[in-house]
Ligand binder design. Structure first.
Ligand SMILES: C[S@@+](CC[C@H](N)C(=O)[O-])C[C@H]1O[C@@H](n2cnc3c(N)ncnc32)[C@H](O)[C@@H]1O
Length: 200
């Protein structure tokens, strides 16, 4: 690891600890929020690939008790004890089970969906990138059902040479696609965030 990469990791890691965030990813969402102002009080928000929960902490700080937040992850997550936060421990590929869980919470559609989902990495960039695409295509399907018209979607994407396989379906579904690499992403990482604005 280069000296510079180590410094970047260290800075955000320490800052996350200092501010009580469960992960450095919090700063990625904060930067996206600063640029696009996507999270608003009163919104119902779905956070996918949510463990350990730092995106959720950011969202909660902005909406407080004014909307509902649902998080989905295959991993068990240490609970955040607020009455407007609901946990669904499922894989994003289990659409029917997710629909059933959402019915119990009385939510049909969300104003915003955020995803920081990442496959467990193998170290082989081609394989990891392919898995990231599969996950993101599944999230697009989920958003087709659960995101309101004109709603916004944030995706984490491992960039690869065939990234158009993901860009094309996004452009069919959303008016605008903006790409951003937040400062808190490690220099050597090939991840970006796709901010998909205004679902058609
Ligand atoms: C980078 S972490 C998310 C960090 C989180 N946003 C935060 O701020 O704390 C990626 C997450 O994606 C989850 N994940 C991977 N595959 C998944 C799947 N098929 N369904 C749901 N979650 C998945 C992993 O379990 C992991 O917790």
């Amino acid at each position: 690891m280069s000296k510079k990469a180590f410094v970047v990791q260290d800075k955000y890691f320490l800052e996350a600890k200092r501010q009580g965030f469960r992960a450095r990813s919090a700063f990625k969402l904060l930067e996206i929020q600063e640029k696009f102002n996507l999270i608003k009080p009163g919104f119902n928000i779905l956070d996918i690939g949510a463990a350990p929960g730092s995106f959720l902490q950011v969202i909660r700080k902005i909406i407080w008790d004014t909307g509902k937040i649902v998080w989905i992850d295959i991993q068990k997550i240490e609970k955040l004890n607020f009455p407007n936060i609901y946990l669904i421990q499922e894989s994003i590929f289990e659409t029917e089970k997710i629909v059933a869980e959402l019915e119990k919470i009385w939510i049909k559609q969300f104003d915003l969906i955020t995803s920081d989902i990442a496959p467990s990495t193998t170290g082989q960039s081609g394989v990891d990138q392919y898995r990231s695409v599969e996950l993101n295509l599944a999230i697009l399907d989920v958003a087709d059902i659960f995101l309101k018209k004109w709603g916004n979607l944030v995706l984490k994407v491992f960039i690869w040479e065939d990234v158009d396989d993901l860009v094309r379906p996004i452009k069919k579904r959303y008016k605008t696609l903006r790409r951003i690499k937040p400062r808190a992403c490690r220099d050597r990482s090939f991840e970006e965030y796709f901010v998909c604005l205004n679902k058609i």
